[in-house]
Design a protein. Structure first.
Length: 227
């Protein structure tokens, strides 16, 4: 069964290889400078992140491989363009839940907010690591969660998955989340060996990734300290 076309005009969105290259370079630069540089490189998570970035922007501006695969397997007519590439919004439109343009607006708004929050955590965490190189960082974002940079990356990747999901990035996404989680555990063990009871005490109060719990603890601590 053919689903009616979601949009009746072709788009010159794809095949823009200059934009693919520029987007990959910018995203890789941000990742390398604000995440890899302050710490030892974990080549597994580094490689997965780079693969995610390359795959994402190749399909976003280059070749809509996922749209072709879905259209062929499900026998539906999705014209590749800058709107239908937002496959979450496209799915909602096919199911008759939301108009495509409205769905794209909602999906873009959510993903952009998530990406901005993730970048704030990533860059803010980087600044604090550099400021307190030889001690435990317990201020700023580190007073709320133990790994703001990993949390920032997780939120950014989730934002991109919501905005522009593809088959390769959906496969890589859980692998990335697991890689960041394992790297966080590894760094915690190293910090326990280096700082001992001091870090254990810090870790017993500040959650690893749960930012809601961390904010609640931070506000409670601030309330007690001011009373």
């Amino acid at each position: 069964m053919l689903v009616p076309q979601l949009i009746n005009i072709d788009s010159q969105w794809y095949g823009n290889w200059n934009l693919v290259i520029v987007s990959i370079i910018i995203a890789s630069f941000i990742f390398t400078i604000f995440f890899v540089k302050p710490r030892k490189i974990d080549w597994r998570s580094f490689g997965l992140t780079e693969a995610f970035i390359i795959s994402l922007f190749t399909e976003m501006f280059g070749i809509p491989l996922t749209i072709y695969v879905i259209s062929s397997l499900l026998n539906i007519n999705i014209i590749p363009n800058g709107l239908t590439g937002h496959l979450l919004a496209t799915t909602l439109a096919i199911l008759g839940i939301l108009n495509l343009e409205v769905g794209v607006t909602i999906v873009m708004s959510i993903s952009i907010i998530m990406i901005i929050i993730g970048l704030i955590l990533l860059i803010g965490g980087w600044k604090q690591i550099y400021k307190y190189k030889n001690s435990i960082t317990v201020v700023g974002f580190y007073s709320v969660v133990r790994h703001p940079q990993y949390l920032g990356l997780m939120i950014i990747m989730t934002g991109f998955i919501i905005q522009w999901p593809t088959i390769p990035t959906l496969i890589m996404y859980p692998l990335l989340m697991y890689a960041y989680y394992k790297q966080a555990l590894k760094e915690e063990n190293e910090l326990i060996l280096k700082f001992g009871e001091l870090y254990i005490t810090y870790a017993s109060h500040v959650p690893r990734f749960n930012i809601i719990k961390g904010i609640r603890y931070y506000l409670t601590k601030k309330q007690y300290s001011s009373s």
